[in-house]
Each structure stands twice: as C-alpha cells, then as structure tokens.
Design a protein around this ligand. Structure first.
Ligand code: ING
Length: 300
C-alpha cells in the first residue's frame, strides 16, 4: 500500500504582541505531535509566523520591516528546521518572503525530511485591495503588500509522494488545482487565513465555512488528490478568522477536521492509491479531457 502519514497543524491566533520565537515554539510542539502520530509531512498555515498583518493599514516599508522574512531559514525559524531534521519529518510553511531581489511575496515552502527546502511557491491569487478603506472594520491589503507570484503552481517529489502547494485564496479557483493535477499531483497542501467577516457586503457568516469546505471537497475529487488545508484562526487581537482545517480524500470525503479554533493537529494515514481508481476511470485525463475546447479558460 502506498501510504503517506499526512498531518495538518492548525494554529490558533497569533497576536501582534506574539514573538516569532513564541510562535516557532508552538510549531515545534505541533510538529512533535504530528510525528508521534505517524506523520511524514506536516502542513502549517499561510503567514504562519506572524499575525495576519494585511488587516492593518501601514506602508509597505513598515510591513516589510515588521512582518517579512529577509532570508529562509533564519535565526528565528532555525529551531523548526532543526527539529524537522531530528524527527525526520517534512513540512509546508507559509510566510511573508522578501525575495533575494527584494520583492515581497506571500510564500510557502516545502521542506523535506532532511530539512532541505525542495520547493517554493509564491501566491498567485491575491485577494482584497491595495487602497485604504478607512470605513471598513479591517483591511485586506494583500494586493498592496505582495507581488503576484512569478511562477505557476508546481509539484515536487518529496516524502514519497508528488506534492503540490497552494495558498489560501488559490483554493477557490479551479485553475489552481487543475494545473497541479495535470502535473500528476497526489497531494495538494495549503495554508489559509480566512476572516469570518466579509468587509464588502453583509455575508452570512456560515457561508465562509460552507464555501471553504465545498471548494476543498470538490477540488480534491475533481483532481483526484488528497487535500490538506491548515488554518491560522480564532481571534487575533479581536479579529476573527475561521478554523475548519481539514484533510480531504480524493473521494471528496472529509477524512479529518479540526473542532477547535486553537493549535490542533489532525493526522491521517493517507492511502495514495485511493486516487488511482478515479484517475483510471472518471478522470482519465488522456482519455476524456478535450483541451481543444477549453481555450476560453486561459484567455484574458
Ligand atoms: N483570505 C481569504 C480567502 O480567500 C477571502 C480572503 C475570503 C476572499 C472569502 C474571498 C472570499 O480565504 C486569504 N488570505 O486569501
């Protein structure tokens, strides 16, 4: 059996007053629990090292000075890399990246069981706005603080599986998933920070969780992949974000789901062969896809 011990480490709130050292200690604690429960890969959230700072108006210079990582790894996160190597467990980590060229990205990395960075992804779908909305209860300034990613979604051979990475809003777009399943991804891992309140219209709060779950379940099924999604959630300095971290099977069924809005580890012994039946029949891309009729999707 082709099995992958797959864990999601959901994070509770990270407040403005929380140091990176305190945050990394929480990540190390959850990495240990994931390992003890048989995980070979643990998924941490988007922007895991800091509070969700795009909710605050500030200059790009201030944001970069306070919330971005100029190098990865660095002194603050080194304990996480050291623990990963000691335990022999791989991980996905979301953080705010200052690239070597000095460009700001909302980034995730895939780190293998020897603590080598084997993959890097820079968020393509940046939600929110770039102008100040002084009347809004909070901002969502990803379009101000981050550049659009410079590469499409990739898939890497690591931890004995073909692993694709995405970030938060990406999960709402079918193209994200198809680009990875066309590269034969077996597992898609992603972190998210999803405010429960919509600042644009009075959206019923239950819809946040509903859309989050149907998106992951449909996408996992339609692309024959395991999906592992890690929230950073709860009230960060009073601003609420949804939990609902999940591991979804290629059947579209939820295999594990968080029940708190705090630090919580989910772990599933994912059978990677489960997707084979769907790839061989319903979603045999070679036999059934008709790209000659899909052109509109990539037009502007
Ligand atoms: N957060 C939210 C997300 O896509 C959002 C923003 C929520 C956009 C709901 C549209 C609807 O989950 C991030 N960080 O992308």
């Amino acid at each position: 059996k082709n099995k992958l011990g797959l864990a999601v480490a959901q994070m509770g709130p990270v407040h403005l007053s929380d140091s990176r050292a305190a945050v990394v200690a929480r990540l190390v604690e959850m990495m240990r629990e994931a390992k003890s429960r048989g995980a070979r890969l643990v998924v941490f959230p988007e922007l895991a090292l800091t509070t969700f700072f795009p909710r605050y108006w500030m200059s790009e210079e201030e944001a970069q000075a306070r919330f971005f990582e100029p190098t990865m790894p660095n002194a603050q996160v080194q304990p996480l890399f050291d623990e990963a190597r000691r335990l022999g467990i791989g991980f996905y980590l979301g953080y705010a990246e200052l690239s070597p060229e000095g460009r700001p990205y909302n980034t995730s990395i895939l780190v293998d069981q020897q603590a080598n960075i084997v993959g890097r992804y820079r968020k393509v779908h940046l939600p929110g706005h770039s102008e100040h909305k002084p009347d809004a209860p909070f901002q969502h300034l990803e379009k101000k603080f981050f550049d659009v990613g410079d590469k499409p979604w990739g898939v890497w051979d690591a931890m004995g599986a073909r692993i694709g990475m995405a970030l938060c809003n990406d999960r709402r777009w079918p193209e994200t998933w198809r680009v990875m399943s066309l590269q034969s991804a077996e597992v898609v891992v992603l972190g998210y920070n999803t405010p429960s309140q919509n600042i644009h219209w009075d959206e019923p709060v239950h819809l946040r969780m509903h859309h989050h779950l149907i998106t992951l379940q449909a996408s996992a099924y339609q692309n024959c992949v395991w999906a592992a999604a890690a929230a950073k959630c709860g009230r960060e300095d009073g601003f609420h974000m949804i939990g609902g971290s999940v591991i979804v099977a290629p059947t579209g069924e939820i295999a594990a789901q968080a029940s708190t809005e705090e630090d919580e580890v989910l772990c599933v012994n994912a059978d990677l062969d489960l997707a084979a039946a769907f790839r061989k029949n319903v979603f045999d891309f070679a036999r059934h896809r008709r790209p000659e009729h899909y052109g509109l999707i990539v037009e502007r």
